[in-house]
Ligand binder design. Structure first.
Ligand SMILES: [Zn+2]
Ligand SMILES: [Zn+2]
Length: 419
């Protein structure tokens, strides 16, 4: 293969930089052009600094401290109280409605007030987490190796074994407790999975199981339940896609129905979004801490170096999804997931380093579910290295890929049809 590399001088500091035409040219000395497409961001600088400081103070707490489980600080207690209130609201509203009808007269007035109370109870009723519709299940009897590995991992970490595995075409791996019985389900996003080496797969899975053990912001049933209620209400009371199109096309007649929906969006919607914002802030530190602890668990199980490398690969998630889309749009005869794997494993270390620096600029504020990747990898590498307690060999890793094949084919066909 022809080497696509040459040398240039940084226009900012004159330092010699390597140029690879396939990737962004940037300077590792002064960070020139490290983020050529910065996101539009109107957050005031003082807030960015504050959030970065908060992220780094939490990092230091874990770096030096002896924290082994998410503690109960004031914010976490507050988050649980707020969530409990949100979950109790429908019950209180329902009982109030019944009491109004039973004891309050005149009946026409109590009936109307009770209706309002019942409406509130209905709006705030808790919802069980559901699977996404496009997720393809992988039955246990068709994937013995995969489930054996997952069961061994769950036992090693001390969490419940999974009830199901699903695959999707998102560049993501997730762990969720589904339904009212909170059955643990692991979701495997194919583009991300394809680009991971065997031991990195174990690291990512161990991280997810670490959430099963320590929980995270959305997995406990109190916080998770309240969060699902807010999520659903937010969708109900925000401007829908249809409204926007109608307005852009100029059909902006103020009919009664649109007026009412706009009024509800402006009142109920704002309250819901405000409460969701507050809950997110309260749960923020706890959820970030849970992420670090899940990383630590992953390091103990998969080995610290594999875990750090897996996290570094996660910065290529978007790139791997784009590679999958391209492979589906312009088929070349190579299996699309193999195309993704090649593209991702070809990315040079220098490009990954650039993306990590971008994560420092962006993630302290944008990715609120996980701490910035550069801090996560630094934390793993700053602790004494651990060797893997669980090793996934190449053949077992291949066997898993074969077992995923039928579900993967379906998921890819659906994505292809949607493109
Ligand atoms: Zn420079
Ligand atoms: Zn996580």
């Amino acid at each position: 293969m022809q080497r696509a590399e040459e040398i240039a001088n940084c226009p900012e500091c004159g330092h010699q930089i390597r140029v690879d035409r396939r990737y962004v040219t940037w300077c590792d000395k002064c960070d020139w052009n490290v983020d050529p497409t910065p996101r539009e961001d109107h957050t005031p600088p003082w807030r960015l600094r504050l959030e970065q400081r908060l992220a780094e103070s939490l990092f230091r707490e874990l770096e030096t401290g002896k924290i082994h489980r998410p503690g109960w600080d004031a914010a976490r207690i507050g988050a649980h109280l707020l969530s409990a209130l949100i979950l109790l609201l429908p019950l209180i509203a329902f009982l109030a409605g019944v009491a109004l009808i039973a004891f309050y007269r005149p009946l026409w007035l109590s009936g109307m007030l009770a209706l309002l109370a019942f409406g509130l109870a209905f709006l705030f009723h808790p919802r069980a987490a559901r699977l996404q519709e496009d997720a393809q299940p992988v039955p246990r009897d068709e994937a013995p190796t995969l489930y054996a590995v997952l069961d061994e991992l769950a036992d090693a970490i001390g969490t419940r074994r999974v009830s199901a595995v699903v695959v999707s075409t998102e560049a993501n791996l997730w762990y969720q407790q589904i339904g009212w019985r909170f059955r643990p389900v692991v979701g495997i996003g194919l583009p991300l999975w394809a680009g991971l080496r065997p031991q990195e797969r174990i690291a990512v899975l161990a991280h997810e199981f670490g959430h099963g053990r320590h929980g995270d912001a959305r997995s406990g049933w109190v916080l998770g339940g309240a969060w699902s209620v807010l999520q659903e209400l937010n969708e109900t009371f925000s401007e829908g896609h249809g409204d926007r199109i109608r307005r852009e096309l100029g059909y902006d007649e103020a009919t009664g129905a649109t007026m009412v929906s706009r009024m509800l969006n402006a009142t109920v919607g704002i309250v819901v979004r405000g409460v969701a914002w507050l809950l997110e802030r309260l749960a923020f530190r706890g959820s970030q801490r849970a992420e670090y602890l899940a990383d630590r668990k992953a390091g103990e199980i998969a080995g610290s170096e594999a875990t750090a490398q897996a996290l570094e690969r996660l910065v290529l998630a978007d790139a791997s999804y784009r590679a999958l889309e391209r492979a589906l749009r312009f088929p070349t005869g190579i299996d699309p997931l193999e195309a993704v794997r090649r593209e991702v494993t070809e990315v040079p270390a220098r490009e990954i380093e650039r993306q990590l620096r971008v994560s420092r600029l962006r993630e302290a504020r944008t990715d609120t579910t996980h701490p910035p990747t550069y801090l996560r990898t630094r934390l793993i590498r700053s602790r004494p290295a651990t060797t893997a307690r669980f090793v996934l060999g190449i053949d077992r890793s291949r066997a898993i890929d074969n077992e995923l094949q039928p579900a993967a084919t379906k998921a890819l066909a659906e994505l292809r049809a949607a493109l």
